[in-house]
Structure formats: structure tokens, C-alpha cells
Design a binder for this molecule. Sequence first.
Ligand code: GLA
Length: 695
Amino acid sequence: MLDIAEDGRTWLLTGPTSSYALHLTGADELLHLHWGPRIALADAEALARDPLPGYWPFESPLDGREEYPVEGGPRFVRPALSVRTEERRGTEWRFVSYDTGREGGDDELRLRFDDDGIAITLHHRMRGDVVERWVSVDNGGHARVELLRADAATWTLPDREGWRLSQLHGRWAAESRLTTVPLTYGEKVIGSRRGHTGHQHLPWVALDTDAAEERGEVYACALGWSGSWRIAVAQLPDARVQITGGAGYDDSGLLLLQPGESYTTPVFAGLWSDGGFGGASRAWHAYQRAYVVPDAERDRPVLFNSWEATNFDISEEQQLALARRAAAIGVELFVVDDGWFGARTADRAGLGDWTPNPDRFPHGLKPLADQVHGLGMRFGIWVEPEMVNPDSDLYRAHPDWVQYQPGRRRTELRNQLVLNLAREDVREYLWEQLDTLLSGAPVDYVKWDFNRCFTDAGWPGEPYPQRLWVDHVRGLYALLDRLRAAHPGVAFESCSGGGGRIDLGVLSRTDQVWTSDNTDPLDRLAIQHGFSQLHPARVMAAWVTDSPNTQLNGRVSSLRFRFVSAMAGVLGVGGDLTEWSDEDLAEARRWVDLYKEIRPVVQHGELYRLRPPAGGLSAVQYVRGAQTVVLAWLQAQRYGEPAPALRLRGLDPAASYACRETGQVHRGAVLLHHGLRTGLTGDLDATVLRLQRVG
Ligand code: GLA
């Protein structure tokens, strides 16, 4: 819902539980009024009547109150917009007009400003309780307009004391770990200067003063951009907090707009919830399922991925042997990982040559794909299109297609260089290669990887090489969009050495993401706990691999523990099935069958995090209609004490619930207030409990 005051200068966006209001003063200062519980237009108008304090030589009344602080004038906060023309730097805008739109039930507000021929439009759209914000800048006539910085939005929080900042940090194999600290005066800046979203931070922050998992106010923001990015959280001197974020890490230059050119920022989405961190997560999940993730209402299949089983040492016969076993345990999608193409027998060669390796697949991929289909499974492959090994036909033919600085060493990481996707010829080459690949064999699934960061982001001959940072991502998006349109039956997974490219932007054009290369089932609980703050189980790929764990730590764990850990997301299997005993395979079949039964609840239900993974018992619960699923893990039992009962959530206290595992019927009020016993004991124990409402 969008309400507008009579003078056309106060706007109020309202979702199911929250409101968002802004106001334009007579001097064209755009002020943020409100973000929080629902209010009426009269409340927003009352807030708008509050006069700004006067100007002091050392303090600006605008700081901490503006909806989108630009560079220039009496402002000392970090500007969201920084523009340079031939004549000057900074922005002094004049309000032009506003208009509103209504698409598919969403209210959108567009506020148009002009600064001497530079048009700036601020977009606000309410989707559920998520406010989507973005900005477009058009060069209407200057010889050159350099965008040094153009953030998607600045969020302003109400005056409160004791703000805390939560973030999801990490590194390779240790992504999305949740940490919460008090916010102190000054700025906290997170982001990526790596060319991709990065393993180091998910582009998400949450702020609260006294929230808990299921109660209290939480403000959270998430960016939809898959390249370098920056979010700065500022605790200003007067208890105000502003969060500004967008594409690009620093202010050294984003794009150069020629006359007539424009730039549209990615979306920076924000959400207020008074349901604690759990309520905020459920609202994020609902938003992504409804508006971001393609075909989110469809179940994701159980997949097998060959990477941990075979690494680069692959052949048609061996893949087929794995496929037979995968089919026998109930796998629905068989994915051949790295090593099937070009001269790719190790990570030294082949990237860039997207044709099947003639020694390994003498008749191409089709025979294997057909046999996989014959086994009743879908067929998927791994690609890493944005990269090239110097030892490849592509690089030998086009050494200038990579990002490089003239006269400098080309930094190789994992023996590979980054292609310059800002170039149209590169994008066209990739389109042809990938389109041919998807047309030449019945491929149903593509795992799209990105295994190194940008280092030498140069573009010899290009007058404004900095644009490569933005245009690479636009090129990636354009390629994915084109491939999806041409091959609508193909699903895509975003991978970047695990979780190095997970954000709302990539999720709007992929079906799921590879959460982490860390497949240790215990480490995964913490990674998944962080991931679930923002993203739903429906996109969170998780594999059961071998024990002892081969990738990271040699940890020994039962098949039960590994399966229950991976069943919290989109279940996959990634172990060497040719080494699994008949008993293991039979047990795996039972787990896969159980997963298929609970899948609709896990993938589409409401998530409640019952206990965080902190050493003892942890658990999550999914609720969908009359069905509830609890997954619980006991890391280590101490002092012989029984694991505590799990107080469930989201149930009807007046109803009864039958547990399929125990046959017991529980009263809702008892489950909510006193809890459910799991019976877990010892180390690394786990269980699945299914409850059905029975009256
Ligand atoms: C990355 C991925 C892995 C695997 C390898 C293949 O590290 O995250 O899952 O695909 O590349 O080289």
C-alpha cells in the first residue's frame, strides 16, 4: 500500500506488518521519516512537521536524516552518490516529480530529481515487508559524467541506544558464520574487492538492540549484487545509525556515463521485523521464494556430484558406475563435476575449451547423459565459463581476452586467469560455446563455478577500464539470462569455490547455490545456521560425503549424522559410492527416501531455529500446514546428562501432534512450552522427527 500526503511531499509505504515513510522539505531535502511498525499517514505527516535542528558550523542537521545523502553541501556522512563532471564534483539536486506504479500487487514509488541535466531517480518498492530500493542515474547532456560511487540505498534506523551489528563472515570452506557485536561510534565497513561476492561476507547485515531468536525488533538489509560491493554501517554521533551500500568497493570510479547513458544500481533490500532473528529470517525466506528465486515453488531434486569421489580423474565408465549406484539409492540428478572437457586432467589446463575431452568422452557427453536418463535421473555438468587456463586453446588464440595490466605479470591463481566478460566478443564466444554444449547433449543442470578473485583488473585500450568491475557482473547476468531463456529446462547452480558468490542478484537467475566446499557435517551446521539468517533451505545445497572427511579435516561421522546434517537443505550425495558397502548403500537409500518425504516441508516450509550449533544439542524445525519436521544434532553429550527437550515453535497450542518416529501423540501446548525429547546420546548423534497435526 502506498499513501501520499495531500501536498505530494510525504510518502508512506505499508506492508503486512511494517511501514516506511519519507518526506521532501520545501528546500528539496529528502528526509527519512520512519521504518518500523505500521503507522498511519497522519503519523508520517506529524513526523514530517518536526523541524530540522539549525545548522552549526560543525554539525549538519541533514546528517543521519536523509534518505539518500549525496556528496556536496552541508553533509559530513559518507555519501551514497558521488558524481564528477568536467566542471565540478558533487550533486545539488532539484525535485522534479514523483510517480507511482503497481505491478503484481507491489507498490513502487519513483522520485525524480535533476542536477543540471543529470537525472537521478530513487526507486522504492514494498514486497511483503521487504522494501526494495535502487537508484538510476542518467546523463542527459554532459560531455562526461563519472560515477565515482552510486549506492543502491542508504537505510536510516531510529534513534536508539545500544545497537548491535550482526554479520555473516568467513573464508573459503568456512562461509556465512554469524557474529554479533555492539556497534560503536564510527563506521564498520564490509564488502568485497575481489570481483565476486566473496567468501568473506554475505552482503547482509542485521541490527538490533535487544532482540532474541523469536522476539524483538530486527532491521536487516541485503544487497543483490554478485561483484565487488560495500556496505558501511555508521554509528553517528547522535545515536543514529545509517547503512549505505551498493556495487563497487571504493570510490575510485564505477562507470563513465557518455551523453544519453544511464546506470541502474542493484537492489538493496531492507526488512524490519519484530519477530526477532527468526521472524526476520522467515520474512527473508518468504520474500526470496515469492520474488527472487526462479521457480521457487518447484522441489529441488536430490543430486549426486562426482567431485569428491573422483576429482579430475574421470572417465565415462567410472561415471556410469557411480551413476548406477546413485540411481540405486534414489538420486534424481547426476552431476559430472570438473574434468570432462578440453585437456582438463588437472587444474593446470583446459579451462576455456568447453568441448568434451576426446580421450575421456570419445563420443561426447550424449552417451553418458542418455544412460543417466535411462537410469531415471537427470543429467548435469560443471562449467567455469568466466575463466581460462593459459594452457588452453582459447588462451592461445586470444591472450588479450583476459583481464590484465599491460606490461605486468598476469597473476595466476589455481593456474587460471579471469576472462574479461565486459568485452562483447568474449561474451559472444561463451554464449556460442555454452549454447552448443546445452544443445549437443541432453543437459538438465549446470553447476556454474568461479574459482578465483580478480587481481589484475586491467583492460588495455579501453578508455575507462574501471567499468570492467561492473560490466563483468552485467555480462555474467546477461549470459545467464540468455542461456535460461534459450534452454528453459536447464537449472543452474551458483558456485564459487563453495559459497563465494551467494547474493540476491545471482539467486534471481539460479536455482540453488553451493553453500561451501566444506562438507564436514559438523562444520556445516554452523555454516548453515548463518546461511539461514538470510536464505531459505530451498536454495542451500548440502552433500553427504565420505567419512573420514576427505576435503578438510578427516573427521569420522556416521552416515546418520551426515545425512541429517545435509537434509537441512537441498540434499545431495558427494561421496565415492563405489567404496560404500552394501549396508551403507541400503542405509543411504532409506535416508534419501525419508528426505523425499519431508522435502516439501524442508524446502518450502517456515524455518524455526530451535537451538544454535554451540557444542551441545542444536536443532531446526520446519512447519508447513499440518506437517512439522524437526532435525536435531547432538555434537557431544557431557556428564551423561540427557539432551535437553526441544521447545517447538509455530504450532497450535490447542492441537495435538502425532510423532511418526515414536508413535506418541503430543499436545501442542506441551510441545511449545515443555518441549520434545530427542533421545540423542553420545557424540555426533542426529535424528529426524516428523510430526503431524491430528486434531
Ligand atoms: C570448486 C567447487 C568444487 C568443485 C571444484 C572443481 O572448488 O567449489 O565443488 O566443483 O571447484 O574444480
